[in-house]
Design a protein around this ligand. Structure first.
Ligand code: 1GP
Length: 254
């Protein structure tokens, strides 16, 4: 059932910077999605994340079919609950919401999902998911019934990530929420970076090259952009070039 080439099975490469484009099935038409895919062919990205904290349409399956038909970029599910598993994708972020204290999102949904995941053949990425308060209540925080980590408490974020690493999770995702008014602070990303050896995914409110640069410099290994690419697809090309410039520097240093 594991029908992947090795590159697809391990699309994450330690030491490199990565760029994930988040596609929310509720927010995209077929034409806008095709436009984003076309841009990603000329300006490479590492992953398409597909999902949202509340999906009101039935578009997820057709969005994944469209991606499958037009791109080889790995398609990774970013699910809000166990109903969003789709074996057409390549992988899934199995998110445990470790910033929260809602058992359903720490382990409950996972119990429901486990047999489906085992049968799906999806590459599973066990991820400690941390919501960070960036100024207003987000859909993710409201829907999960959890309190995000305060914006200016990097020690809480660092200890939460450490706990996730000690529990055996393989990735940490710090999320300020889609369309966040401000991104997660560089100082918080830096504290988490120092606290764990795990790959660090950072997203929420990255809508300028300066903000993307700040997250990468602070220690993000993967930056995620959703909203701003939906509004301004050309931003995909800009972030692609930025991330490539980090990796060129790394290649030269080797
Ligand atoms: C949200 O991290 C993602 O879950 C991306 O956020 O839509 O603000 O880019 P944006």
């Amino acid at each position: 059932p594991f029908n992947y080439d090795s590159q697809k099975a391990q699309p994450y490469q330690a030491g490199r910077k990565h760029f994930a484009v988040l596609l929310d099935p509720d927010n995209l038409t077929e034409a806008s999605c095709l436009n984003i895919i076309a841009l990603s062919e000329t300006h490479p990205i590492d992953f398409f994340f597909v999902g949202g904290s509340l999906i009101t349409s039935q578009n997820q399956a057709s969005l994944i079919r469209l991606l499958k038909a037009h791109t080889n970029t790995p398609i990774i599910l970013f699910p809000s609950n166990s109903q969003h598993i789709d074996s057409q994708a390549d992988g899934i972020l199995l998110l445990s919401l470790i910033s929260g204290r809602n058992p359903d999102f720490l382990i409950g949904q996972h119990v429901v999902a486990a047999p489906k995941l085992k049968a799906s053949g999806l590459q599973v990425y066990p991820t400690g998911y941390m919501l960070i308060d960036t100024g207003r209540q987000t859909t993710a925080s409201y829907m999960s019934g959890t309190t995000p980590i305060p914006f200016d408490k990097p020690a809480i974020a660092a200890c939460t990530a450490m706990a996730g690493e000690l529990l055996g999770l393989k990735y940490i995702y710090m999320d300020g929420g889609s369309g966040a008014m401000q991104p997660i602070s560089a100082s918080m990303i830096g504290e988490v970076r120092k606290a764990v050896d795990l790959p660090l995914v950072v997203g929420g409110g990255i809508n300028s090259i300066a903000k993307a640069t700040a997250a990468l410099n602070a220690g993000a290994d993967v930056i995620v952009v959703g909203n701003h690419i939906e509004k301004n697809p050309g931003f995909l090309a800009e972030v692609s070039s930025l991330v490539a410039s980090y990796n060129v520097a790394l290649d030269v240093r080797r």
